[in-house]
Ligand binder design. Structure first.
Ligand code: ADP
Length: 270
């Protein structure tokens, strides 16, 4: 851009904008294993919330419930003020129909630890799939958006390669580009660097930094990368046993944890 001053796009021009997420009284059990316990959590539009905690504490489950990959046993989840699992009838909430759930869910994107790309499709085809199938975009439109996103994650040159021809870091960058293709208002990242060789972690974190900087997506991240959590998070949540046991600014939680389970966890991961 030749102009040095920042130009703000008029409302409605810069995409759909970030959406808040609100969990209220969310419970989830697998058989007798209670995984989320009466969870209340408010995430502001555009906020970057990082979730840390021991293995098995329910971190992935809260993301999967938000993505509708798991249904909560009770409680409510709202995305951008709209109920995900309920429909409002006057002042009453009724269980939502599938059509409503998938409509609200279309505002959410998720990136997984193990990429989950279709192995027989090229990088570009992987990205084009949802815009065409779910959002009815033409092949040309989807391809244009796909190329733009591949460019953004530094992989325009790999458009016609299949996942088997890409490194782990490249696969994860394609997966991130794919999740951005539907312009999500909320992005969920589940340990997206933990399957990568250490030298490939940085390239993926850089892409996350770029997304964060654009600021039009709410981000919920589960990670073991404490330095990254410190840098990225507006708020850090410590999960244990299906509950948030401590939350605050990352420097406060990481340097001065108040809860003894947080202290023990951080002592073990440092
Ligand atoms: P974390 O991400 O903190 O490691 P998870 O949310 O993955 O924890 O898992 C929390 C608990 O729920 C674990 O005990 C796990 O074994 C159990 N769990 C998760 N998903 C399922 C499932 N689909 N079926 C049965 N148990 C599950």
């Amino acid at each position: 851009m030749s102009e040095s001053k920042t130009v703000t796009a008029p409302e409605g021009v810069s995409g759909k904008g970030a959406a808040g997420v609100r969990f209220h009284g969310v419970n989830k059990a697998f058989g007798t294993n209670v995984v989320l316990r009466d969870l209340d959590l408010d995430v502001a539009p555009g906020e970057r919330v990082v979730i840390i905690g021991p293995s098995g504490s329910g971190k992935t489950t809260i993301l999967r419930v938000t993505m509708t990959l798991e249904r909560p046993d009770s409680g409510t989840v709202q995305i951008g003020g709209r109920h995900l699992y309920h429909e409002q009838h006057g002042d009453k909430l009724r269980p939502a129909r599938e059509k409503h759930i998938s409509e609200v869910r279309s505002d959410i994107g998720m990136v997984f630890q193990h990429f989950n790309l279709f192995p027989h499709m090229t990088a570009l085809e992987n990205i084009m799939l949802a815009p065409m199938k779910v959002h009815g975009k033409s092949r040309t439109e989807a391809s244009d958006v796909g190329m733009e996103l591949l460019n953004k994650v530094g992989l325009a040159h790999a458009a016609n390669q299949t996942p088997g021809q890409l490194s782990g870091g490249q696969k994860q960058r394609v997966a991130i580009a794919r999740s951005l293709a539907c312009e999500p208002r909320v992005m969920l990242f589940d340990e997206v660097t933990s399957a990568l060789d250490p030298e490939l972690v940085g390239e993926v974190l850089n892409v996350l930094r770029d997304i964060a900087q654009e600021g039009n997506t709410t981000m919920l991240l589960v990670t073991h990368e404490m330095a990254f959590a410190r840098e990225m998070a507006d708020r850090l949540l410590m999960f244990d046993n299906g509950q948030v046991i401590e939350s605050g600014r990352p420097a406060d939680v990481l340097d001065h944890p108040q809860n003894e389970r947080t202290q023990a966890f951080l002592g073990a991961v440092k």
